[in-house]
Design a protein around this ligand. Structure first.
Ligand code: SF4
Length: 434
C-alpha cells in the first residue's frame, strides 16, 4: 500500500506504548486518519504515515520510544516523503530539544493534540481536514473498547510527569460520552472502560455538577452494552455516590483499581498523595462494605526517595492486610521535570529497589493464588473477547482472565463458565451448556 509516489499518503501505522489512555488516543487518531481515507498498514515499513505514541512515565518506556525513533530514521531515509510523527507524553509544550534530537520527525504532538498531523495529511491530500472528520470513536473496536472521559490531572504527585504533559483536568460532557457509548454499542461493543488519570474526578470541572456516579447511571441505560468499567481512580475522589453506583448498577463491574502507591505516611506525604495510609484503608473498607464480592487492584511504587526499610515494611503490611486481587508494582525511577526530581534525592540503591519489588511480587503471587483458589468449582459470568492458542479467552466481572475450550462460537458472548483450574494469573474452566 505505497503512497502515490508524489507524497500523497494512503496508509498509516501507529506504534503505541504505555497506558490505556495512550491506546485510546491512538484509536482516536486512527479514526481521524481513516475518515481522511487512509487505511491501516500492518507495519511501519508499509505505511505512508508512521506515528509513535510515546510514554515517559518510566525510564524503560522512554528507552523503547527512543529505540523505535532510531528505527524510524532509516524509514525516512528510504522514503523521504513518508510522514513521521511523535505523539504522547514525550512531547512537552517546548519542542525545540526534541526537534534538535530527532530531525527526521516531521510532527510533534502533545497527547490528544492531533491537529498538526491531520493538517499535514490534509495538505498532502488537498483537503481541509476539519471539514472531513466527525466523532472520533475506536474504529477497530470489537467486544470491548475504551472511552476517555477526562483528560489531564490537577494533582501533581511529586513522582509524576503526567500533569506537565497531559495538562490540567478537562472532562467531556455527559451527553457526548453517552453518545459515544451508543455508537460503540451499535457497532457491537459489549463492554466499555471509562478512562482518566483520575477518572473518579470526572465532572468536577463541569458547570452542571454531573459526576462519575451520574455518568455511570446514564451509561447503564445504554441499550446493548453489557458491562462498564472505569480506570484509574484516585482515593481522594472515591465518593460514597460512586461506590453506591458500583453496588447498585447491574452493568457496572465489581472491580475498582485504587492506587495506593505507598503504605507509609511520610512517603505518601513526600509523594504528595493527599491521604494517609489509614484514610486509604477506610476507603477500602467503605468499598468492601458496600459492594459485595468486589475485586480490588492497586498500584505501588517501591524505592521512592527516602523510603526506609520500615517505610517499605509499612507498604508490605498494607498489601498483606488488604489482600488485593492484583498489584501493579514498579521500582521508582526519577523523571526529569517532576517535583521529586527537583526537590528529593533518589537515595534507595537499585539493588534494594529490586529486592523490594521481588518481595512484593512474591507476596502478591501467594495472595492471588489463595484468592483465585477459592473460585474453584464456582460458575462465573465471562465476557468472551477472543481466542488464544485454541482456547476462548474472556474476563469475569471482577476482571479475572478466564480460558476455556469449546467448539461453539462464543465471540462477544456472555458465557457461564465453571472454574476447573486456577493460578495466580488466570482461571480455566468449562462452559455450561446454553
Ligand atoms: S493523580 Fe498523581 S499519579 Fe495520577 S496522573 Fe495525577 S499526578 Fe500523576
Amino acid at each position: 500500500m505505497p503512497g502515490a509516489g508524489d507524497g500523497t499518503p494512503t496508509s498509516y501505522h501507529i506504534w503505541t506504548i504505555g497506558c490505556q489512555m495512550n491506546k485510546a488516543d491512538s484509536d482516536r487518531l486512527a479514526s481521524a486518519l481513516e475518515q481522511l481515507g487512509l487505511r491501516p498498514a500492518p507495519t511501519a515499513q508499509n505505511a505512508d504515515v508512521v506515528v509513535f505514541n510515546s510514554c515517559v512515565v518510566r525510564q524503560s518506556a522512554e528507552d523503547k520510544v527512543v529505540g523505535a525513533l532510531g528505527m524510524a530514521k532509516s524509514l525516512k531515509r528510504h522514503r523521504p516523503e513518508r510522514i513521521v510523527a511523535l505523539m504522547g507524553c514525550m512531547v512537552g509544550p517546548k519542542k525545540d530539544a526534541l526537534e534538535a534530537r530527532f530531525g527526521h520527525v516531521d510532527v510533534f504532538m502533545q497527547p490528544q493534540q492531533y491537529a498538526p498531523l491531520l493538517e499535514l495529511v490534509g495538505e498532502r491530500l488537498g483537503v481541509d481536514y476539519e471539514g472531513c472528520i466527525g466523532p472520533l470513536t475506536d474504529v477497530h473496536a470489537d467486544v470491548t473498547s475504551y472511552i476517555p472521559i477526562i483528560q489531564g490531572c490537577d494533582l501533581f504527585c511529586s513522582f509524576c510527569i503526567i500533569p506537565y504533559r497531559r495538562g490540567r483536568q478537562v472532562s467531556r460532557t455527559l451527553p457526548d460520552i453517552v453518545r459515544e457509548a451508543e455508537l460503540l454499542s451499535a457497532r457491537g461493543v459489549r463492554e466499555v472502560t471509562l478512562l482518566g488519570q483520575t477518572v473518579d474526578a470526572y465532572g468536577h470541572d463541569l458547570p452542571g455538577g454531573d459526576d462519575l456516579a451520574d455518568l455511570l447511571y446514564a451509561l447503564n441505560d445504554v441499550c446493548g452494552l453489557e458491562r462498564i468499567r472505569f480506570l484509574t481512580s484516585h482515593p481522594m475522589y472515591m465518593s460514597d455516590r460512586i461506590i453506591r453506583a458500583v453496588a447498585e448498577l447491574p452493568k457496572v463491574c465489581e472491580h475498582i483499581n485504587l492506587p495506593v502507591q505507598a503504605g507509609d505516611d511520610e512517603v505518601l506525604s513526600s509523594m504528595r498523595r493527599t491521604y494517609s495510609a489509614d484514610e486509604y484503608l477506610s476507603t477500602i473498607e467503605r468499598i468492601r462494605s458496600t459492594v459485595p464480592g468486589v475485586a480490588l487492584s492497586t498500584d505501588l511504587i517501591v524505592g521512592f526517595c527516602g523510603e526506609t526499610e520500615e517505610a517499605f515494611e509499612a507498604s508490605y503490611r498494607l498489601l498483606e492486610q488488604v489482600r488485593f486481587d492484583k498489584v501493579h508494582v514498579a521500582q521508582y525511577s526519577t523523571r526529569e521535570g517532576t517535583i521529586a526530581h527537583r526537590t528529593l534525592t533518589d537515595d534507595v540503591p537499585q539493588e534494594e529497589k529490586r529486592r523490594r519489588l521481588k518481595a512484593v511480587d512474591a507476596l502478591q503471587e501467594r495472595v492471588a493464588t489463595e484468592i483465585n483458589e477459592r473460585l474453584l468449582g464456582e460458575t462465573l459470568e465471562v465476557l468472551v473477547e477472543g481466542r488464544d492458542k485454541g482456547k476462548w479467552r474472556g474476563r469475569t466481572r471482577t476482571d479475572k482472565l478466564v480460558f476455556f475450550e469449546d467448539a461453539g462460537d462464543f465471540h462477544g458472548k456472555l458465557a457461564r463458565v465453571r472454574i476447573t483450574k486456577t493460578s495466580p494469573w488466570s482461571l480455566q474452566g468449562e462452559p455450561e451448556a446454553v
